[in-house]
Design a protein around this ligand. Structure first.
Ligand SMILES: *Cc1c(COP(=O)(O)O)cnc(C)c1O
Length: 447
């Protein structure tokens, strides 16, 4: 029985567009009614009808310790009793900034903001301010939040909604695109806002005639995780670094998903490439609205009040969010990541076997502790064209609903990563795999 769920969602739709505050939560690509959550505990979600789900969304990676973690909860109780926001400097933001800078190579300073969108938007403003150039390069299928200039060929919800801004018919990006091809990925974004955005295929270093002296910055997810999980091919990130250096463009790693998720610090420590500017979010807020961008002091000092690049926020560095963030980072030591990597390795192997044994053509990809499924292909997926071809098979929706019926909450769209976290016990993951075997055979039967 889903009586209360249906009732709440009907009410939601009356007063909130589509009943959701972020399109990625809607079930528009998989069909059906979103699950309205009453509460979460560890690896589980409980809906308003009392059903329990093993949660593989984990707020899209924002709660790496699981829901209502006692350590974070008590840090929040302490913080909340002292006041929720002041509009002044606080110790918490200093401690969290010190912790991030200590872990991340080439990151001397960070500025806190409240969302990954703001982090990426501000990082680009900083890059433009520092270089005095306007152009930016982004890669098809990478998502950097919903600011105007970045909403072109984005992954995640933008792709799911079919709003990826394909321009002239075909959605394929096989070479760099300028206007009029790189049309905005959303209504309401002026063409002028994306006229300085160049879209390039992921995993290919743009050639010199594209990445030239007019380019302020190249922004990239060092491990793409918003078109499913698409790891960088060897040489891609190194190639970007070299190409940016050659023309004086800044390299921005958007690590809003990967930061403190794929490793003790971030993807750059695995790939050995250090960007000029980092963006962080999700994990570092411990489940509260917090994100950051950072880099070398000589760059960050270009920000107001020291420098000419303006950037601000009433709730930036919010004391509750920094308390949660510090609490989570304190728990994320090397041992925690080793444990998580072990869980993900065996989960990925089990998931691949579950799908293949049922006769479903599918590839499970992973990088560090991030993973996702691509249906309808047995080949490695290395760019947005391949990811969209997999999504277009529609197989994900079927599998998704069988899993949901079995008490497993997958993200309601084929472009999202699966989030195995520290709250998932081996038994929880075994349960997910058992459901995956059943769901895969049911899906295979009705193809
Ligand atoms: C989630 C995400 C964002 C946007 O963050 P919000 O907090 O949703 O604004 C930006 N970049 C990447 C890589 C993300 O995964």
């Amino acid at each position: 029985m889903n009586d209360l769920n249906d009732e709440w969602f009907a009410r939601a739709q009356r007063v909130i567009p589509g009943g959701v505050d972020s399109p990625v939560r809607s079930f528009s690509s998989v069909g059906g009614t979103p699950v309205t959550v009453d509460h979460g505990k560890g690896a589980y979600l409980y809906d308003v009808d009392g059903h329990r789900y093993v949660d593989m969304i984990q707020s899209y990676g924002a709660v790496i310790l699981g829901h209502a973690d006692p350590g974070i909860t008590s840090a929040l109780y302490d913080a909340v009793s002292k006041g929720t926001t002041f509009g002044t400097p606080t110790r918490g933001e200093v401690l969290l900034a010190e912790e991030i800078c200590a872990r991340v190579p080439g990151c001397d300073q960070v500025r806190f903001v409240s969302s990954g969108t703001e982090a990426a938007m501000s990082a680009i403003r900083l890059a433009r301010g520092v270089t005095g150039r306007d152009r930016m390069i982004k890669f098809a299928g990478c998502y950097h939040g919903h600011s105007d200039g970045l909403l072109a060929k984005s992954g995640s919800g933008v792709a799911t909604m079919g709003l990826s801004g394909s321009g002239s018919g075909s959605g394929s990006v096989t070479e760099a695109r300028y206007l009029p091809d790189s049309l905005p990925g959303s209504a309401g974004v002026p063409v002028a806002s994306v006229s300085d955005t160049i879209i390039c295929p992921y995993n290919q270093v743009p050639s010199r005639d594209v990445l030239d002296e007019k380019v302020a910055c190249v922004i990239v997810e060092p491990v793409a995780a918003n078109m499913g999980v698409v790891p960088p091919v060897p040489g891609f990130l190194q190639g970007l670094r070299t190409a940016c250096n050659a023309v004086g463009a800044l390299l921005i790693f958007d690590e809003v998903i990967t930061g403190f998720r794929v490793a003790y610090s971030n993807a750059s420590t695995i790939c050995g490439v250090i960007p000029d500017i980092y963006c962080f979010g999700k994990v570092i807020g411990g489940g509260l609205p917090l994100a950051a961008f950072g880099g070398r002091t000589e760059l960050l000092k270009q920000l107001a009040p020291v420098g000419p690049v303006y950037q601000a926020g009433t709730l930036s560095g919010n004391p509750l969010a920094t308390a949660a963030g510090l609490s989570v980072l304190n728990r994320l030591d090397e041992d925690a990541f080793a444990a998580l990597a072990g869980k993900v390795d065996s989960f990925v192997a089990g998931l691949q076997a579950a799908l293949s044994d049922a006769g479903l053509e599918a590839t499970v990809q992973h990088y560090g502790t991030l993973c996702s499924m691509f249906f309808g292909t047995s080949n490695a997926v290395s760019d947005y064209d391949a990811a969209s071809a997999s999504a277009a098979t529609g197989i994900y929706s079927k599998f998704f609903h069988h899993m949901l019926d079995g008490g497993v909450m997958l993200p309601p769209g084929p472009y999202e990563a699966l989030f195995v976290g520290l709250a998932h016990s081996d038994a929880d993951l075994d349960y997910v795999l058992e459901q995956a075997r059943t769901a895969a055979s049911k899906t295979a039967m009705h193809l």
